[in-house]
Design a protein. Structure first.
Lengths: 306, 322
């Protein structure tokens, strides 16, 4: 107590000052130890960053280095051939993936966005439970969606591209809904109110103000959902069956890139595995282009608006 | 906001006629919402209905049976339930510390100029299809595990008894590691998002008190983001639980309870995908029921995760994260 120099003689020591001194003394005496710990712990964080980056870089590196040699003109224009037959490509799988994804997108994007608009415009209990449902459906194991596709479509109409599109669309729907909602919610209230004050009806406000303003966010969400749908494998295994021949007709069994990768990778033949690497590279490039493209597009649309 | 538009509508000439499209607009929104709700209900109901024959003929005890041998009427699901949890546990045990460390490094340690680029890269990797990870695991990692990783781990940790048995490459360990690599980008992306929203005042306050950088991270940033982090971990766990093809390619698909971390095993999704083609009758219903069990586990984990993320970051956070 007597160590407090600032306190005038005869007056009681200032407890605040005293406390500060004690804390500073403790901090100074432990500084070396704390700095050592800090250095160690931050070093561990850096090491973890390295551990995280290495396998991710390795995946990309292997897919590129093993997939690129598989690419040729035939790879993109010919259909798959059985083991032992030279040549062949993945054209049938590309067609299947494109047809299935297109059908899924055409049906789910409008539906998902309208529901997203509904969620953004309403705050009641119904909206909250629908929002929660969409969130939970985003995380449903994809294999169970495959089972649903099998029960709902395959049992009645047989294995087909439509069944695959149904399952993929079911997976994409909640992603689009939630992405749409957050994009529509991002539209400033002042904009809506200005339009309403001008006498615009809610439908007009939605069409002329909310949707155009939210477009960058909507596009990003849609492209991300498409990227996710492209890579889904398990639901397709249960719904489209696979087809080694070219098939444009979505009422028939089709091939798709993820299925081709899955089936070929466990084959004991080097050339079939090679085709799997080539297909994996193609799929990865398309998915990354969609993800990067969605970001760039969104950034550009935002900039233009300013 | 609700009062003003109503007055405006009434003031507009021919108000009654003009209001009709507005009703139409609301009608369209309502129908779309109903369609989505209906689809979800259809999904749940059809799965339960189709799985019901399994419970009807076999009761419920088969869920915890140890033997899977459909040709002899034994449909024990326990090996697959255990396999699912074991693989997920390996992935999560690796991913939680490494994901958290990476997220802290990306959010607070990496120089600001590279921060954005690195974070974007991680987010992009979250979009790489799981089948690609499976292919990489089976062709590249499995031989490496068989020749180097498993012998090394056995020589170092063999005394624990966890590493008994032959080195096969494929098995629980490899499946867990592949899942770890696969869920890591998701985990890092969400963790980073919830870590960087901890208020600057708190971080600066701790620094002003003389805390070291690690003390700031450990005592202010991580506790501040605790609920969100828990949500990120649970969400990643959910992804690991439901993953099918990446696991099916590298787990070895053996319908027995694993006795070692190196043993081949199987998970519920890999069971379904491997047996689906040739199943009929009771076995098919059993596979549907297995899917139902998986769905219940998955929905439970996911609901907890969403609730945790919501309660910290607001209901629109993480919407676009797969």
């Amino acid at each position: 107590m007597s160590a407090v120099v600032d306190a005038a003689p005869g007056l009681p020591a200032d407890p605040v000052l005293e406390r500060r001194r004690a804390v500073q003394a403790a901090a100074a005496s432990s500084l070396r130890r704390r700095k050592l710990w800090s250095g160690l712990a931050l070093g561990v964080c850096w090491a973890f960053l390295a551990i995280a980056v290495i396998p991710l870089v390795a995946v990309v590196f292997y897919v590129v280095s093993k997939g690129l040699p598989a690419w040729s003109v035939d790879f993109f224009t010919k259909s798959t051939v059985p083991e032992g037959v030279p040549g062949g490509g993945v054209w049938n799988a590309i067609v299947g993936t494109v047809v299935i994804t297109t059908i899924a997108v055409v049906v789910t994007v409008p539906l998902g966005l309208v529901v997203g608009l509904f969620l953004a415009e309403s705050d009641g209990r119904i909206a909250a439970s629908l929002r929660f449902t969409a969130d939970v459906m985003t995380g449903v194991p994809s294999i169970t969606v495959g089972i649903f596709g099998y029960i709902a479509i395959v049992r009645n109409f047989g294995y087909s591209g439509f069944a695959g599109a149904f399952a993929i669309g079911f997976i994409m729907l909640p992603v689009i809904t939630r992405a749409g909602e957050s994009a529509f919610r991002g539209v400033p209230t002042s904009l809506r109110e200005a339009a309403l004050a001008l006498g615009a009806r809610k439908a007009v406000v939605a069409r002329r103000v909310v949707v155009p303003t939210a477009l960058p966010g909507v596009l990003t969400g849609v492209l991300l959902a498409v990227a996710r749908g492209l890579g889904e494998t398990a639901p397709l295994l249960l719904t489209i069956l696979g087809n080694q021949y070219l098939q444009w007709n979505p009422t028939k069994p089709m091939e798709a890139l993820p299925i081709l990768i899955y089936n070929n990778s466990s084959q004991p033949y080097a050339d079939l595995v090679q085709v799997a690497w080539g297909a994996a590279l193609l799929l990865m490039v398309v998915v990354l282009v969609l993800s990067v493209g969605s970001r760039l597009l969104a950034a550009r649309l935002r900039k233009e608006r300013r | 906001m609700t009062v003003a538009p109503a007055t405006v509508e009434r003031a507009a000439p021919g108000g009654r006629r003009l209001r009709l499209p507005d009703n139409g607009y609301r009608w369209i929104l309502g129908v779309a919402a109903a369609v989505v709700a209906g689809l979800t209900a259809w999904f749940l109901v059809s799965l339960v209905v189709q799985a019901w024959p399994a419970f009807d003929t076999l009761g419920f005890s088969w869920i915890f049976g140890k033997t899977w041998n459909p040709s002899h009427g034994a449909y024990g699901l326990l090996p697959f339930i255990l396999g699912t949890f074991e693989v997920t546990a390996i992935a999560v045990v690796l991913a939680v510390p490494i994901g958290l460390g990476t997220a802290l490094a990306l959010g607070y340690l990496v120089p600001e100029r590279t921060r954005g680029a690195l974070s974007t890269t991680v987010e992009l990797l979250a979009a790489v299809p799981s089948v690609v990870y499976g292919l990489w695991g089976l062709i590249v990692l499995a031989p490496l595990f068989r020749e180097y990783v498993e012998p090394f781990l056995t020589s170092v940790l063999g005394w624990t008894g966890l590493f008994d048995g032959p080195n096969q490459g494929v098995g629980l360990l490899l499946a867990g590691v592949i899942l770890f690599v696969m869920i890591l980008p998701t985990m890092v992306a969400i963790s980073r998002d919830v870590l960087v929203v901890v208020p600057d005042e708190q971080v600066e306050g701790a620094m002003a008190l003389g805390a070291t950088r690690w003390q700031v991270l450990r005592k202010v940033v991580v506790p501040g983001a605790r609920t969100g982090l828990l949500g990120a971990f649970t969400l990643a766990t959910g992804r690991a639980l439901g993953e099918t093809v990446a696991v099916a390619l590298v787990i070895g698909n053996s319908p027995y309870i694993a006795h070692s971390i190196k043993s081949p095993a199987a998970t519920i999704p890999s069971l379904i995908v491997n047996n689906f083609g040739e199943s009929t009758g009771t076995e098919l219903a059993v596979l549907f029921a297995a899917g139902l069990v998986l769905l219940v586990i998955g929905i439970a984990v996911n609901s907890v995760a969403r609730w945790l993320v919501w309660s910290t970051a607001g209901s629109t956070a993480g919407a676009a994260v797969p």
